[in-house]
Design a protein around this ligand. Sequence first.
Ligand code: GLU
Length: 445
Amino acid sequence: MTVTVRFAPSPTGLIHIGNARTALLNALFARRQGGTFVLRFDDTDLERSRRDYADAIEVDLAWLGIPPDRTIRQSERLAIYEETAAWLRAEHRLYACYETADELERRRRIQLARGQPPVYDRAALALSDEDRARLEAEGRRPHWRFRLESRRVEWDDLVRGPSHVETASLSDPVLVREDGSYLYTLPSVADDIEVGITHVIRGEDHVTNTAVQIQLFEALNGQVPTFGHHNLLTTASGEGLSKRSGALSLRSLREAGLEPMAVNALAVLVGSAEAVRPVARLDELAGLVDLAHISRAPAQFHEADLETLNARLLHGMPWDEARPRLEALGIGGGEPFWLAVRGNLARFDDVRLWWGIVEGPVEPVIQDSALAAAAAGLLPEPPWSTETWRDWTGEVRARTGQKGRTLFQPLRLALTGLDHGPELASLLPLIGPERARRRLSGETA
Ligand code: GLU
């Protein structure tokens, strides 16, 4: 069996870090099993689905590093759903109903008042051909319900273990609306069968749907996939994330300059058995995914953790990985520059600031002109190394009698124009004798 999984967003907004969790759990599961990762756009709701959102989702997945092996759009697969609905009608599993929303609501209230569960009473099953003809002559158009078998549906959930739902407690779900459009259930199952989905990994908000879907797989003689329902991400205050609000959208995180691996690590590890920590590679992260040990409680997400993870990833980023990115920004300095500054980065883009400090022009801040002049006079001959700083400041101390902060801070301000930054032992050789001398003399260089 080749593992085939799918991430099935409806393109009705920008996807957020909670959606990324679902996408990653699928993509990394496929990666570990040598399987296929399918992106399926659930875009049968033509009013709310938008092509630009679908395009944005593809950009987001590519940014995370999990581009799909295959992309399908439900809006292009209506023939499959027509065929599926026809089959179900022929099998008497899909039946026409004519109640209006008001009628259904009235019946529901009566049931509740009588202390009965508000389950659809299947009145439409009793309609004769003449009844239906009369209703249609009145201008009513049917919506279509799937006739559930009333029983206990069981499955072994990859996350939640042995699970079951009593379908007697559910209304027969509407699969086709009055206007002929499909609700989510039928296209989803028809596609899972047609594509050969082996594992359905999704949020636990779909647990109840699973019982209905299993019955639908069976009615269609399809292979029932293995299901896994993971906990949902919430904000630190416990609120759910919404595609509609755009909060914590992957696009906004990307535009904020965050590393995709910081987002990936947090999206996957929060609310799992593993500690949230920086992980540099997707393969390594894939090795940490253990669906059986995902917590059952909602996973609370702290935005500040994203900042911390991002900084920690940058602080440990090896030169090989940074090199092409520095080249793309036109930044030189080689490995010594990268190792000098990476510990001071909150965003990768901060390298520009530090490269500007090396290359200049820097407007020096001269706090102690006597000290600066003495220091300029004591600058050693090149070549300079990371030892140069220690030797040079030793001599400046001997000559001026300044030490500690009153020695180092004025030198930093003169050499960089800033009161903080990377180790000067590493920066000084990159700044070099010419610029160092000029800056110590108060010149912009
Ligand atoms: N479009 C559904 C959603 O975004 C897909 C659910 C599923 O994976 O089956 O919730």
